[in-house]
Design a protein around this ligand. Sequence first.
Ligand code: 4AD
Ligand code: MG
Length: 465
Amino acid sequence: MTARKKVIDLLASAPGQEVLAKGWVRTKRGNKEIAFIALNDGSTIHNIQVVVDKTAIDPALLAKITTGACIAVHGDLVESPGSGQAVEIKASEIEVYGECDPVRYPLQKKDTSFEYLRTVAHLRPRTNTFGAVLRLRSQMAFAIHEYFHSKGFVYLNTPLITAADAEGAGNMFQVATLDMNNIPRDKKGLPDYSKDFFGRRTSLTVSGQLEGELGATALGEIYTFGPTFRAENSNTPRHLAEFWMIEPEMAFYDIRDNMDLAEDFIKSLVKYALDNCLDDVKFLNDRYDPELLARLQGVVDTEFVRLGYTEGIEILKAAEADGHKFEESVSWGMDLQSEHERFLVEQHFNKPVILTDYPKDIKAFYMKQNDDGKTVRAMDVLFPKIGEIIGGSEREASYEKLQARIDELHMSHRTLEWYLDTRRFGTCPHSGFGLGFERLLLFITGMQNIRDVIPFPRTPKNAEF
Ligand code: 4AD
Ligand code: MG
């Protein structure tokens, strides 16, 4: 019995051996005597070519081998006379595991637009493009764990169900088991959450940061890597309602250390993709985005610009004065839109920018307050084609200042008492940031829409599959 070999290993094997391959048929072509089958099993972007002698195979069996069918092939691995590949399989026996009706199969050559493929997200992993994207996604997840592991960070799992709104933006999905048709009410007529599963109002988390800070102020350096949920009605190519975030949090790091880590982290990840996933990146480069490889290498080789928000606004205003039109006109205090971020990165500096010291009113309550009373020690990393890829800050370490800010924003103390204990007991300077995993993948794959770098996207009005 020959053991099955994956296509990626077959392609790297020496000819002159008996092999067994299993996978899905990408294409079948040929002439009267010979059929050529391109077989793929998801292990690599490349197919293995299977050569079938038509005179030696039952025509009924051959007819079942159509695009999308799943087959097992026994045969000899031989040197390929064709130009596309070094080796191919000369089939001696083929078993059809699963036929695939060529008329009803939803993946047809004629309709491969990304919009269409989103409607068949259950099958799109079988396309070359999604195979490449999903392999890259997996590789990058591994690279992230490896990066932090090598630096001695502790991987901390933070809860997905929470009673606290970490970002204070109020865009959380509620988690409840109350009977929607018969909601218990309190004296004021409001839903009585004391009767709910957790005995209080709970939601899906928008960020693991607050619990991450508990970890960092005990273990020193931690990171989280998990799904986060935001019920913001942003139907853009850069927003998901369910996305994955990596949040490192470090005791004794100030904003500068935080920026250094963010820059090194993201460069290491891009370099990892170039060093370890070149086949898939190259495929995406050649198929869709001929500048992808150069853009990736550019980020690895470039020092990021570090710039204050206020200076950033000055640059944008100067551009406006010069005749550049933004959809939203520029003024100090505004939350920068993707058009502003991309102007700085793509047109003005032509490299990634770390923007710091944002107005406190557009940032979360936990950020360290600057002496000017107006700004906080925030940092956003802005990337070409993406805009914001990382958001972070040095944290407010002073109990009094943090409490004052919580009051100023009329936030509930009750759900944050445990968080405030980090400042009550042995507080320390600390910092952290969050990298949006899908935004990173947008950059690394060159894909245009965030719905196409996660297997099953969740967006407003869309939770199929
Ligand atoms: O800037 P954000 O909101 O920061 C936080 O959540 C902090 N708690 C992070 C921290 O300091 N530990 O989100 C961080 C990143 C953004 O820069 C972006 O890359 C991504 O998360 N992100 C989204 N990605 C996809 N869809 C969305 N709706 C996203 N919202 C944020
Ligand atoms: Mg942000």
